[in-house]
Design a protein around this ligand. Sequence first.
Ligand SMILES: O=C(CO)[C@@H](O)[C@H](O)COP(=O)(O)O
Ligand SMILES: [Fe+2]
Length: 219
Amino acid sequence: MIKVAPSILSADFANMSLDVKTVEEAGADMLHIDVMDGHFVPNITIGAPVVKSLRKVTDLVFDVHLMIDNPEQYIKDFALAGVQIITVHAEASKHLHRLLQMIRNEGVKTGLALNPATPISVLEHLLDDLDMVLIMSVNPGFGGQKFIPAIYDKISLTRKYLSEKNRHIPIQVDGGIGLDNIKKVCDCGAEIIVSGSAIFNSDSIKETIWLMKKADEVE
Ligand SMILES: O=C(CO)[C@@H](O)[C@H](O)COP(=O)(O)O
Ligand SMILES: [Fe+2]
C-alpha cells in the first residue's frame, strides 16, 4: 500500500491541530511539515516551536522537510521538538555527510532532498547515511504547483540506481501529486507520496487519502 504524507503547508494554519487530527484519523502514514526560511526558498512557514506544539496533539510520525539555509543550526531544535525524520536539501549544505551524521546523532532518521535540477549522483557517497531520498517534483517553496513531467524518469532512475546498489532506501516524492498522477509516480518507484493541496482542497480529506493509499491496486 502506498504511504501518504499529507503536507500541512496546505492546511488551515489557524486550525492546524484540527487538520492534523483529521489526516491522522483518515489514515495518513506520516505528517509532512514544510519548513521554509525566505532565503533557501522565497517563502516563510513555521519553525521548531510550532512543531513542538503540534507534537502534543498527534502520534503521527513527523517528517520535517527543511527548506532552509544553514540547516546545521536547527537540527537540535527540531530533534528536541520530537520529530522522527529530518530531510535536508542537497543544495543547502557544503558538508552533507556531516549534516546527515548530525541528524542521526540526535536519534532522528535522515532524508536527503534533491531539487528538480540536482542530479542523483549526489547520493553516491552518502548511501550509508540515508534513511530516505526525497525527489522534488516541483521547485520548492510553494504548494499547489504542477508536477514536472521530467521527474518521472528521475524517479525510475533513482529506483534503478538504489536497486543496483542493493539499498532498500524508500523514495519519497513531493510536489504536484494528486489522484490523477499518484499511480504513475508509484509505478516509477516512489513509496512515500507527499501531497498538500490535493488532500486539503478536496471535498473529503478522508476519501482522498484512502483513494491515494489504494491507488497502486487499480489496474
Ligand atoms: O515542499 C513542498 C513545496 O516546497 C511540498 O511539500 C508542497 O507543500 C506540496 O504541496 P502540493 O504540491 O502537493 O500542493
Ligand atoms: Fe515538502
